[in-house]
Design a binder for this molecule. Sequence first.
Ligand code: AMP
Ligand code: ZN
Length: 488
Amino acid sequence: MELRLYDTLSREKRAFTPLDPTLVRMYVCGPTVYDFAHIGNARPVIVFDVLFRLLRHLYGAEHVKYVRNITDVDDKINDRAARDYPGLPLNEAIRKVTEQTERQFHDDVDALGCLRPTVEPRATEHIDEMRAIIEKLIAGGFAYVEQDHVLFSPGAMNAANGGLPRYGTLANRSLDEMIAGARVDVAPYKRDATDFVLWKPSKPGEPSWPSPGGISTQGRPGWHIECSAMSWKHLGERFDIHGGGIDLVFPHHENEVAQSCCAFHTPRMAETWMHNGFLQVEGEKMSKSLGNFVTIRELLATDKFGGRSWPGAVLRLTMLKTHYRSPIDWTAHALQESLDNIASWNDAVTPHGLSNDAGSYPPPDEVIAPLADDLNFSRAIAEMHQWAKAARAGDYLAAKKLAGAADFLGLQRSSWDQSLQEFMFKTAVDDEFRNKIDGMLEARAAARASKNWAESDRIRDELAAMGVVLKDGKDADGKPVTTWEIAR
Ligand code: AMP
Ligand code: ZN
């Protein structure tokens, strides 16, 4: 079956042909480990997990290598370590933060039914490769040393003749546009506004390593270089697929291409660039200040969102209902619908007495075909609804197809029964949740009474992010009252 994938670089859906069919190679940018992953971070993890499963199906499990890195050097990690472990030396505190966050991340994405990648390299274990690439770039005239920093020069890349892509091609922006758009307060160590950091000095106490480029002080890598180094180490100079969220196209992926192609004198880094669309929550960009920021863990294990916790399979199915390149609006309503779907699928397959072991039934072609067409999840799920209907009417083959499809998509069929007992029959809104909402409504009424509209709006938004909608009205005596319900 032909696999077709949309490539961000050529901006078209193309037939996918691996460079080496005996080893299909995919790299996806992974998490920066300083805190619980949010539900937006789960999107690339789930999307590329389905692609990993599809590649394994098409080429054989042993012929696919999937690398997803762990970024364990970053200012946010340093800040978190200093805040959480003020008594410890910074390096020890950093190790605690990164190890703990990595464990949490694994627990969370395991619960979402994701397979572990073939390799999960950590940035700090690839400093030698980063230095080696930086030395190649300096030697080739693409990078320079200034005030203990090493900078990459997109201008030098575009001035070089032959065999290299032009800087800006992936993001579809010209260097001139970027120069025109650059801010005026350019760092003093940059020759050009568009130059970016490959290596920089470490502050005292921060993690540091011997520097490249003949710099005598210790330093640390910039962000972009780590992915060029880890993909090189584990997949080679050129590989098949590079993925991540759409926010990474510029500057991160553009800069990865620049580094890798200039270091290895190749016209491409990855043959296919794939980017998932962004996730927003209840119609708004997810942000801590809006109060609608929600972690995978909170969804799995607390009632913060929609008044209940949600099984991993429900979160995963919800993620798969939207095409991976489209934006997704994450709502309590959509989660409830997925829970209902799983309940109905469970009802459909249970009477047929199928084995619960994942992989007992092969994935039907009717599901592989839409997935092979640039991961058309919703067409695959539409097929599943048809089989559920037939299975409910007694069709055993349809039940097997539904089971095979669910297993292939990682929907954790063996957990359905148990999830349903735990989740379906739990009253949707428990007392603790009610009390919390009542408290917030009182605070909002007080804010309105003192005409503090900003605070009143903030509380309404916070409730909306919990899946609760408010209705302001008047009681029989004309006094204002507010009622609420769970968004449906
Ligand atoms: P970060 O840890 O922020 O570098 O993000 C890790 C991965 O999650 C990257 O592939 C991001 O593109 C992706 N990502 C972050 N936020 C969102 C979001 N709201 N929706 C979809 N993907 C996201
Ligand atoms: Zn990356």
